[in-house]
Design a protein around this ligand. Sequence first.
Ligand code: NAD
Length: 380
Amino acid sequence: MKIGAPREQFDGEARVAMTPDSALQLQKLGHECFVEAGAGAKAGFADTAYAAAGVTVLPDAAALYAAVDIVAKVRPPSEAEVDLLRSGQTLISFFYPAQNGALLDRARDKGATVIAMDMVPRISRAQKMDALSSMANIAGYRAVIEAGNNFGRFFTGQVTAAGKVPPAKVLVVGAGVAGLAAIGTATSLGAITYAFDVRPEVAEQIESMGAEFVFLDFEDNQDGAATGGYAAPSSPEFREKQLEKFRELAPDMDIVITTALIPGRDAPKLWLEDMVKAMKPGSVVVDLAAERGGNCDLTVPDQKIVSDNGVTIIGYTDFPSRMAAQSSTLYSTNIRHMLTDLTPAKDGVINHNMEDDVIRGATVTHAGEITFPPPPPKVA
Ligand code: NAD
């Protein structure tokens, strides 16, 4: 099959869905690879590097879409990009079908198959295709780097001839994939790290990453526990206890990284204005939930602001794109694994097996039908 990656059209997006390395792997599966000119430029992959890896470089999006059987991209397509698809063609990208019903209808009307990378079931067998996790891992790491870049002090404590420096104190709120990556990064830089999650089962993971789990004195500690590995909304009583604990911690924390999300809802507000006001000048809040409204009252999505008392609040929503070389490498590997499963005989022939839980789960339009939402996976 002919597989191609266009240049991402979304403003500021620097990632690309195929790298020269992933193209080499795709060719071993019997596929032919294409990119739009400049597709990898912002991620550090020059057209010449693709050409050297045997990839055909085409001048524009129209030429690319016309040439290939499978389009691999990062961001959900725009309406104009869906209109470039043709019947029988396959698109693999993030798609968020629950939020993009009109796009889904449009892709179905075009007769295209859409494989949504955000719909890959989170089961063990599919971890190698789990692009939500690979991108969340990068976002968590980058959140700490951005925090450090805006924090005028060391993370690690030092005793120097010029004086003794205390270690930074970092609080991570939400210990899913991004939160655990942030914990690992902050502790490896030498910070004293604390973390909180409503799912008590993550306490062990938090501690294994070198952070201290913030326990709440609450009689039903399963209150915020999850269904299917995710969090459920907390009761008002639990939330009050949580806010009380955060109020107690706020004056002492130098950096707060919030990552708390509940599927299908706006981000819960957990780091309130009075907590920001209680922080020391020079402290930093990085709100990884900014795209879903933010965990911090003062977050402005896509902006860095400084509060009246000198606390920097970062609400960027493009952390993976800020590390485009790394994220393109991991994302293109997720895509390549999806294509490996779609090419079982390694003969360049796609077998879109709707009996396969992972392929079925991720496929949101196929053969003129909308196939979202999928049935629950049979195997964990
Ligand atoms: P997410 O991005 O949906 O949420 C981030 C974190 O916020 C979660 O840990 C959640 O418990 C927490 N949270 C929600 N409300 C909160 C609150 N009020 N206060 C504090 N924390 C709050 O989560 P995610 O990173 O996508 O991961 C969700 C789960 O899926 C995790 O258990 C993860 O281990 C699991 N997972 C499993 C696989 C697999 O293949 N088996 C792959 C990826 C993730």
